[in-house]
Design a protein around this ligand. Structure first.
Ligand code: ADP
Ligand code: ADP
Length: 226
């Protein structure tokens, strides 16, 4: 299980930019939280601080109730997916998905089994021997997700994972991602500037503007419609 709490979190960059300004936010266990706002409002900076890639200037980040400000990324049981997928081009799909398990020393037999389970859950079981360059955009996104979830993270962080895809595929993957994440029961923070995406995917939406959290609630509470 994973809960996340941001307590009065502020990030001021060296050049004086206040990217995140006194943000308070709770993500419940198994919740799909969408962080919504225009480009430059501080969404990625929030995500990077939760992941441990960026340190807060002030305030506290709690993971499962424990202060995590100084916890290195590898000790956070967190998986991240980015918009550029960042797959390893020289490796097959199977090796891409297996990579985190290999790093953590999982033996070949259970590794193969786990990769097959994840790949079939994502509908890419038949392309395991291909290279990323031989896949469609949607398939690449599924591989990136497979690689992210293969170690059973407690928390899933996604930064605009669909923004490089065309609109038809985006709509399709929206449903697929939220379905998969709910099936896994993994807590999620999903960053987007797309309101339609937020409304269809979120348990709750957190709306950010200029570093400040303006509103948090279910889509109905925030927009008056689901
Ligand atoms: P996004 O798609 O999230 O808006 P950006 O283009 O703002 O991404 O940022 C991409 C990368 O550049 C990030 O790693 C971010 O930390 C860094 N970055 C953004 N703005 C600045 C800046 N003014 N000075 C230095 N680095 C920046
Ligand atoms: P978003 O993800 O909502 O697009 P970001 O969190 O990437 O926003 O950026 C928030 C603000 O912080 C922007 O003004 C961006 O230019 C700035 N910023 C991001 N990274 C850096 C950095 N490394 N140095 C200075 N400013 C940055």
């Amino acid at each position: 299980m994973t809960t996340v709490a941001l307590k009065d979190v502020t990030k001021v960059f060296a050049d004086g930019t206040i990217a995140v300004d006194s943000v308070n936010l709770d993500v419940n266990d198994g919740e799909f939280m969408v962080l919504l706002g225009p480009s430059g409002c501080g969404k990625s900076t929030v995500l990077r601080m939760v992941a441990g890639l960026e340190e807060p200037s002030s305030g506290a980040i709690l993971l499962d109730g424990e202060l995590a400000n100084d916890l290195p990324p590898r000790d956070r049981r967190i998986a991240m997916v980015f918009q550029d997928f960042a797959l390893y081009p020289h490796m097959t799909v199977g090796d891409n998905i297996a990579f985190p398990l290999r790093l953590s020393g999982v033996e070949p037999a259970p590794r193969g089994e786990r990769v097959n389970d994840v790949a079939s859950a994502l509908g890419i079981g038949d392309v395991l021997a291909r290279k990323p360059s031989q896949l469609s955009g949607g398939q690449r996104q599924r591989v990136a997700m497979g690689r992210a979830i293969v170690r059973r993270p407690g928390l899933f962080l996604m930064d605009e994972p669909l923004s490089n895809l065309d609109s038809g595929l985006r709509a399709e993957l929206r449903a697929e991602i939220s379905g998969l994440v709910r099936e896994l029961g993994v807590s999620t923070i999903y960053v987007t500037h797309d309101q339609a995406e937020a409304l269809t995917m979120a348990d709750r939406v957190a709306i950010m503007r200029k570093g400040v959290l303006q509103d948090v609630g279910t889509p109905t509470q925030v927009y008056g419609r689901p």
